[in-house]
Write a protein that binds this ligand. Structure first.
Ligand SMILES: [Zn+2]
Length: 296
């Protein structure tokens, strides 16, 4: 055996041992930043530098006191992805976040990354989920490596919509469609109904299908257009996946991220134009909902 093969074998054994060890989730660190760093952090809304360095100094226990941030760090997949929960604005929600939200993020962020690949793309490895008290009526938003969570809304929805809402926002972190059009001349922008439709497709049809949150019923049939965004577009995407092309989400995502989305993709993938697909989808719902024995 040559030296090369010996080294290769040694590397393989080492990685297998490491992988086996990583089957156990690492315990989580608690980080508390100083008031001065809080000020800097607080001013960097949507910036690219707002993820706390989990490789930083030794963690110290969190306490809820004036000027201290309530932040905990977690990881998935042996540290492939690291994320922090910042509950400084809502300390009462940290326990819920740790017990209810963190397991969802650990399981679903890597899944979403796997579902939405594109050539040369590396999904954000670090991100923050931050409770905020300044979001008005917006439940949540995502950008710059951060998911912003409206504390009041999350308190109200903690046992209902809160986790699914975060799954939707995690999709936005992975989509990262905004980068290419800014940096590549001639790149196309993806319509927002499709961006939101993909996020809600993953949420309602893959993460929580039992909730049936994106159904077309008598109540919303009149509004059912393929580009009506959110749940309705999610329903349309699910129909295209089931009836025409199981791979359509991956194709649309790659095109959107690379700034080459166009309606041609629908025709190439399914043989039908986007409008034809939208019409056929709507007709099927109309037929289903207008038969005598149907109900919503
Ligand atoms: Zn969204």
């Amino acid at each position: 055996m040559t030296l090369f093969w010996k080294i290769l074998l040694a590397c393989l054994v080492f990685s297998l041992v490491t992988a086996a060890k990583c089957g156990v989730l690492h315990s989580d660190e608690t980080l508390v930043a100083s008031p001065s760093s809080r000020n800097a952090f607080g001013n960097t809304f949507y910036s690219e530098i707002d993820v706390i360095d989990v490789d930083g100094p030794e963690p110290v226990p969190a306490t809820i006191g004036a000027g201290e941030r309530i932040v905990r760090a977690f990881e998935t997949d042996c540290g492939t992805f690291r994320f922090t929960i910042d509950a400084t604005a809502a300390p009462d929600l940290m326990e819920w976040a740790e017990t209810e939200l963190v397991p969802v993020v650990r399981q679903w962020y890597p899944k979403i990354v796997e579902m939405l690949p594109s050539e040369g793309f590396v999904a954000p490895r670090r991100f923050t989920l931050q409770f905020r008290n300044d979001m008005g009526g917006t439940p949540a938003s995502a950008g710059g490596g951060r998911v912003n969570m409206n504390s009041a809304w999350f308190r109200r929805e903690r046992d209902r919509e809160a986790r699914g809402c975060v799954v939707h926002e995690l999709v936005h972190l992975v989509q990262a469609y905004g980068r290419t059009p800014r940096t590549t001349p001639g790149a196309t922008r993806t319509p927002s109904w499709l961006v939101e439709g993909i996020a809600d497709y993953i949420r309602w049809f893959l993460y929580e299908p039992e909730a049936k949150g994106a159904e077309i019923t008598q109540r919303n049939l009149a509004r059912a257009r393929y580009d009506a965004s959110y749940r309705i577009s999610a329903n349309f995407l699910n129909w295209v996946v089931n009836h025409h092309d199981q791979d359509i989400i991956r194709k649309l995502n790659a095109a959107a991220r690379q700034g080459r989305y166009s309606e041609e993709i629908w025709k190439e993938s399914t043989g039908k134009t986007l409008q034809e697909l939208g019409d056929q989808w709507k007709k099927e719902h109309e037929a289903r909902l207008t038969t005598p024995e149907s109900s919503d």
